[in-house]
Design a protein around this ligand. Structure first.
Ligand SMILES: Cc1ncc(COP(=O)(O)O)c(C=O)c1O
Length: 458
């Protein structure tokens, strides 16, 4: 059984927050005092209650929580975000968040440079959904009346967003690697009426990367808008050890029209931090509006002039800016090493699964997500066993996920399995935490025990 130590939550860095607060306060020392009296005993009571309530959570921060897309914010992001809370800037307008707006512009430019853009238009927002909504809103304005298409493995947000924007949406099948089926798309494009293609760079379920070079060739011919949903996979452009197809896609990412990358997924940020980028800054004209309430202080760009959301946490920009200062977005740097290590963790787990006859694997992971099914007589039996292993592992403090995937993703005939349904409920692990590489053996040990217990009927 895994021993859980009492010091699982890092607390030492809180000292740094107090020091930084003093530096911040000294910038306002000429103002008269305003500090309100606090009822510390009442607050302590409430906070203790909050802490009790928060215990009713999975340990999202822990490497044994290896099922979902969950990566704890870097301590510097957490502290910088908290520090900004004492000011609570609003990045809607320079009037509400002067310093944090500049930090947002800097941090977003760094993400743009990471994908190869020296000029761009872009900003932070609440997450991947909002960022994709803005990209599809712009796409719809530029291709009115035309359809948006994405693969069946694209995030469900694209069909929902298209509904909100009243754009027609069509989804396309995938190949057995979970990538958009380019020949099927090519046939459909010839019929006309497609204005936007969404390429997913790192699908949510398996981390698959749509074949960008082929999609760019089709854009050349049909003139649609190409949007990259790299909410999950975007940062992997910095990784060293991608397979050849994935590297080819990343090397041409700068050619798409818009990109979404979520700092709150692989960018070590607290939730509430997505990022949308446009290659052509001229799309800013589509946002044009006038406000009688804000925008008094400067002729410089207020971020609210180029975003659909109004009030936004300046603190999110501060956290991201601080993280980039500590861990610049460069190949070979510490941040990039973290991505290499996540990939190494996924490949190590995949290697163990592949050589174990109790399991059937899908294709090799393109990023750091691994999916596998238990070997069984039929796909339906495998699905049921996967559910039981999932629960058994959870009882042993290993938190995996279940994903329903097309049976074609798995080579069932080679495993002697009968296809009695179209999808299979398989096990899934997202190895995105910095130290996951070190935890693969422990993850495997618990998975092995949990599987043994299920298969022996214990
Ligand atoms: C590829 C992809 N796009 C979009 C989203 C939606 O992002 P969010 O949950 O930040 O709104 C996700 C979420 O997992 C995703 O994986």
């Amino acid at each position: 059984m895994t021993t859980i130590h009492p010091s699982v939550l890092e607390k030492e860095s809180l000292r740094l927050l107090r020091d930084a607060l003093q530096t911040l306060e000294s910038g306002f020392s000429t103002l008269p005092d305003t500090a309100l009296p606090l009822d510390e005993r009442a607050m302590a009571r409430v906070l203790s209650e909050v802490a009790e309530r928060l215990r009713d959570n999975y340990p999202y921060f822990h490497p044994l929580c290896a099922g979902q897309m969950l990566k704890p914010p870097h301590p510097v992001a957490r502290l910088a975000y908290a520090l900004a809370m004492w000011i609570n800037p609003n990045n809607h307008a320079l009037d509400g968040g002067r310093a944090s707006s500049q930090m947002e512009k800097d941090a977003v430019a760094e993400i743009a440079r990471m994908v190869g853009w020296d000029t761009h238009l872009g900003h932070l927002c609440s997450g991947g959904t909002m960022a994709n909504l803005e990209a599809l809103w712009v796409a719809g304005r530029l291709h009115p009346g035309d359809k948006v298409v994405a693969s069946q493995q694209a995030h469900y947000t694209h069909s929902r967003i298209s509904g909100v924007l009243q754009l027609d949406f069509e989804s396309f099948p995938c190949d057995r690697r979970g990538r958009l089926d380019v020949p099927a798309l090519a046939q459909r494009l010839a019929l006309g009426g497609i204005g936007t293609v969404v390429a997913t760079i790192g699908t949510t379920a398996t981390g698959a990367i749509d074949p960008l070079p082929e999609l760019l060739a089709l854009r050349e011919r049909y003139g649609f808008r190409l949007h990259a949903d790299a909410a999950y996979g975007g940062y992997f452009t910095l990784a060293d050890d991608l397979a050849a197809d994935a590297r080819k896609a990343y090397d041409r990412l700068h050619e798409v029209d818009s990109i979404v990358i979520d700092p709150h997924k692989h960018g070590l940020q607290p939730y509430g931090c997505g990022c949308v980028l446009f290659r052509d800054p001229a799309v800013g004209r589509l946002y044009k509006h006038d406000s009688p309430y804000t925008y008094f202080s400067s002729k410089e760009l207020h971020l609210g002039e180029i975003s659909l959301e109004c009030s936004r946490p300046g603190a999110a920009a501060v956290g991201l800016w601080a993280t980039h200062r500590l861990l610049p977005l460069v190949r070979g740097g510490e941040f990039a090493q973290g991505l290499n290590s996540s990939r190494a963790a996924a490949l190590a787990l995949y290697a163990k699964l592949r050589t174990d006859r109790r399991f059937v694997t899908a294709c090799a992971p393109e990023l750091d997500i691994v999916v596998w099914a238990p070997q069984a007589a039929r796909a339906s039996d495998a699905s049921e066993i996967a559910q039981r292993i999932f629960s058994e592992a959870e009882g042993r403090h290993l938190y995996l996920a279940l994903a329903h995937l097309p049976v074609e993703f798995f080579d069932l005939p080679a495993a002697g399995m009968v296809r009695d349904r179209d999808t299979i409920a398989c096990l899934r692990s997202v190895l995105m935490k910095a130290d996951h590489r070190k935890w693969v053996d422990e993850i495997w040990r618990i998975l092995d025990q949990a599987t043994g217990a299920v298969l022996s009927g214990r």
